[in-house]
Design a protein around this ligand. Structure first.
Ligand code: S3P
Length: 164
């Protein structure tokens, strides 16, 4: 990969990766989509039937199989949690971009989508707590951190391109 996007659920990884791919004329991969394609199961179904540890194994295997492809990769919000994944991300040579957004904003975005098993019933405080738990793992990987709070999608893309 040339570029890997990391960050919390609903931080904009998928949207930004698609637009960045168009702008830079690079192929775009989404790790959750790859996991679903490989397992022939939807993410909520994987969590429900097999549990989170099984999902994390699938995620790590899919990351290892995908990371050498050319282009841009949007990871899942939990991908950097495993040491092995952080090492693979760091060793890939890609520019690693961390997208950040405030808990309140993430919370509101999470209300709109239902394909995230770990997001169901999360309060704003629970989002903030989970962000705090994960921030060290994210920051360990990141080359560039973009706080998307005050930025439009277009401005986020421009900021990334300037910082690449
Ligand atoms: C997860 C984030 C999801 C998906 C899975 C677990 C997480 O990806 O991989 O539901 O642990 O934060 P998104 O960040 O694209 O929602």
């Amino acid at each position: 990969m040339e570029i890997i996007l990391i960050g919390f659920m609903a931080s904009g990884k998928t949207t930004i990766s698609q637009l960045l791919g168009q702008k830079l004329a690079l192929p775009v991969h989404d790790l959750d989509d790859e996991i679903e394609a490989r397992s022939k199961l939807r993410i909520p179904q994987i969590f429900r039937q097999y549990g989170e540890p099984y999902f994390r194994d699938l995620e790590a295997d899919t990351l290892a199989a995908t990371i050498h492809l050319p282009g841009i990769l949007a990871t899942g919000g939990g991908t950097p949690l495993r040491v092995r994944n952080r090492q693979a991300i760091r060793a890939s040579g890609a520019k690693i971009i961390l997208l950040q957004a405030a808990a309140g904003k993430i919370y509101r975005r999470l209300q709109k989508r239902s394909n995230r098993p770990l997001a169901t019933g999360l309060s704003v405080q629970a989002v903030a707590d989970l962000q705090a738990n994960r921030s060290a793992a994210y920051e360990e990987c990141a080359d560039i951190t973009i706080n998307t709070g005050e930025l439009t999608v277009q401005q986020t893309i421009e900021r990334i391109i300037t910082e690449l």
